[in-house]
Design a binder for this molecule. Structure first.
Ligand SMILES: Nc1ncnc2c1ncn2[C@@H]1O[C@H](COP(=O)(O)OP(=O)(O)OP(=O)(O)O)[C@@H](O)[C@H]1O
Length: 636
């Protein structure tokens, strides 16, 4: 099918039309990144071809893989050409007629609104190719796939449609021909182009030529000794790998090893966590090379999921070149490299924390939400990960002051055998929770967990440095000193009972009236040892999960069985003392029950589990009416 056919005409998706409009009219501040995007696509196409030719004998040829820039100032055309995989007819339609990532348009519309540097993130969202229209008012793509005899020409002026027609005599690969916009003649100027290439594409691992002149040195910096590399070189390589608009990484880790297996590696931690910015789960992987040859550019198995935010490259002479993705995971060297990298990253984080806690916290505020996932998945490195966790606590003044489990234990008394936490909607609400009263009185620190994921992480961890980690809204929480009596012997249980003040018959009566009123709603009503001021609080029965966790789990599943709480009553609270004095009078029992119900509702409101606002308001109103009647018995 070599004879010329009539061009087929296609209309761009509506989304793409909007995108093209934005790219050509609004996002003009940093047009040079379009060159970077097109070079990056060319480099990807060369990677793909190199990988295919490793396993497919028929694809091999002697042509050196390279990228060429051909400026034609007379016709004001710049061509960017590669001899990579090329595209078939269907690939052309599929790859450059649809948007890969649905969020990209929204993002770009916002970026166009404030003209900020976010526009340099274009490449992240699969709109790389379309940036060609920032430079050109007509773009031609001449391409022939390595699998095809026929080549094709794609053409568009970026307004609403594109055409595709077959094209004879094309070499394998792709040539993007940019018909430059008015006033953009500089993009046919060699010096200007060299400047742009040096800025963005130094580390592209293929020769980039302008005419016959080589303009990048493709130096594999990862095999160089660390002390011979400059920060600029590390930054440049980071920009090349990450493509995220950041000038430099938060930190990098350069590792080299010769035995028991050989590998070189540079890992970079970005400044920002894109997941926090609402871009969904991070999808990029690590570039994997065997003897400097790229085997995969987005390997996601080389690091555990909870380190997915890292960018980097790993090169090992001990890895086979032509190995499938699946069997790579079973490869012994691959698995060992993964193990070493994980340990080294965690120890690097520990050393940052040791040297400069504030710097570590800056990292943790960005990536802690991803890192902590490891507690539930990486049992081998659990201890190291646990030391890297940080949480707000009663020692801080807001949710942004974070503390480690180790620092917590350093402050705890010697007789404290448990680590305490309390979950809740936000820092201030947690701080007002009556369950904390005894802890505050005794000066015992409690972690305040406003993020339910933190609670899942801590209940998953369960123990740290021989200390049980417990939620203080559990009925079996032990205060320091109490644990000693917790050896199940009857003798010690009796002693414990003896030290408690016996409940008065009046108080017992109040409890039994409350119990009668609330028998459907609570597990039991008991005397509290943890309250100092408030009249009551709700706690979870022994062994049950915490209130906050229960709330989160029932949000995801309406049928999740709710555990009935225990209502603890403080005999020293003013209100309770007064109810005790009324308890011998049978006529007052209905009122005591009404108070018991309202106290239960109040505690439910504090815990964020109240479900019947209309009943709560009705009850308060009827009590108010009664009070008002006493104050003003006659209506005039
Ligand atoms: N020079 C090229 N050779 C072969 N295929 C190409 C070339 N340029 C683009 N493509 C194809 O077009 C697709 C879309 O390119 P585009 O730059 O818009 O997004 P992307 O490269 O997939 O995403 P990103 O820019 O985030 O890397 C590519 O995935 C690739 O399949």
């Amino acid at each position: 099918m070599n004879e010329k056919t009539a061009p087929e005409k296609f209309t761009f998706q509506a989304e793409i039309k909007k995108l093209l409009d934005l790219l050509s009219h609004s996002l003009y501040q940093n047009r040079e990144i379009a060159i970077r995007e097109l070079i990056s696509n060319a480099s990807d196409a060369l990677d793909k071809f190199r990988f295919i030719s490793l396993t497919d004998e028929s694809a091999k040829d002697d042509q050196p893989l390279e990228i060429r820039l051909e400026p034609d100032s007379e016709n004001r055309v710049l061509a960017i050409t590669d001899n990579g995989v090329g595209m078939t007819h269907d690939e052309l339609i599929e790859n450059i007629g649809t948007i890969a990532h649905s969020g990209s348009l929204d993002f770009l519309s916002k970026a166009a609104g404030d003209q900020k540097e976010e526009v340099s993130l274009i490449g992240k969202f699969g709109v790389g190719f379309y940036s060609a229209f920032m430079l050109a008012d007509k773009v031609e793509v001449l391409t022939r796939s390595y699998q095809d005899e026929t080549g094709y020409k794609w053409e568009s002026d970026g307004t609403g449609s594109f055409t595709i027609e077959s094209q004879a005599d094309l070499q394998r690969g792709t040539s993007i021909r940019l018909h430059l916009r008015k006033d953009l003649d500089e993009y046919t100027d060699d010096t200007r182009l060299k400047f742009i290439l040096k800025k963005y594409s130094t580390f592209v691992p293929y020769p980039i030529k302008i005419g016959e002149e080589l303009v990048n040195d493709q130096k594999p910096i990862w095999i160089e000794p660390k002390n011979q590399l400059t920060q600029e070189q590390y930054d440049g390589f980071y920009q090349y790998l990450a493509h995220n608009g950041e000038d430099s990484a938060r930190w990098h880790l350069h590792l080299s090893s010769d035995s028991p297996f050989q590998f070189h590696c540079i890992l970079y931690c970005p400044q920002n966590n894109m997941e926090l910015m609402g871009f969904g789960r991070t999808e990029h992987g690590i570039s994997l090379c065997a003897k400097r040859i790229l085997v995969q550019n987005d390997n996601r198995d080389l690091l555990p999921e909870y380190l997915r935010f890292l960018y980097g490259l790993v090169d090992s002479a001990d890895l086979p070149l032509n190995i499938s993705r699946e069997s790579l995971q079973d490869n012994t060297v691959f698995r060992k490299i993964k193990k070493v990298l994980t340990k080294r990253v965690l120890s690097h984080l520990a050393s940052i924390a040791k040297d400069d806690e504030e710097k570590y916290l800056e990292f943790y505020r960005q990536f802690g939400s991803v890192l902590r996932e490891g507690i539930g998945t990486d049992f081998e490195n659990r201890d190291a990960l646990a030391k890297l966790l940080r949480f707000p606590s009663s020692k801080g003044s807001s949710e942004s002051e974070l503390f480690s489990l180790e620092a917590y234990l350093e402050r705890a008394g010697e007789d404290q055998k448990q680590i305490y936490y309390l979950g809740g909607n936000d820092f201030n609400t947690i701080a007002r929770n009556p369950n904390l009263e005894i802890f505050r009185k005794k000066g015992i620190e409690v972690f305040y967990l406003e993020d339910p994921m933190d609670e899942i992480v801590l209940s998953n961890l369960a123990k740290f440095s021989d200390h049980d980690i417990v939620s203080i809204d559990s009925s079996d929480v032990k205060l320091p000193g109490e644990e000693k009596a917790d050896d199940d012997s009857e003798e010690s249980a009796e002693k414990k009972e003896e030290t408690k003040e016996p409940a008065t018959p009046e108080f017992e009566k109040v409890l039994s009236l409350f119990q009668e009123e609330l028998k459907e709603d609570v597990e039991s009503v008991t005397k509290s040892d943890r309250l100092t001021d408030s009249p009551c609080c709700l706690v979870m029965p022994e062994g049950a999960i915490s209130s906050q966790l229960q709330k989160v789990l029932s949000m995801g599943n309406k049928d999740f069985p709710t555990t009935k709480r225990i209502l603890e009553i403080n005999p020293d609270a003013e209100l309770i003392k007064r109810l005790c004095t009324l308890s011998s009078n049978n006529d007052q029992h209905a009122f005591i029950k009404q108070c018991g119900r309202q106290l239960f509702w109040n505690a439910s409101l504090m815990t964020g589990i109240a479900t019947s606002p209309e009943q709560i308001t009705e009850n308060i109103q009827s009590m108010m009416e009664e009070l008002a009647q006493k104050r003003s018995p006659i209506i005039t």
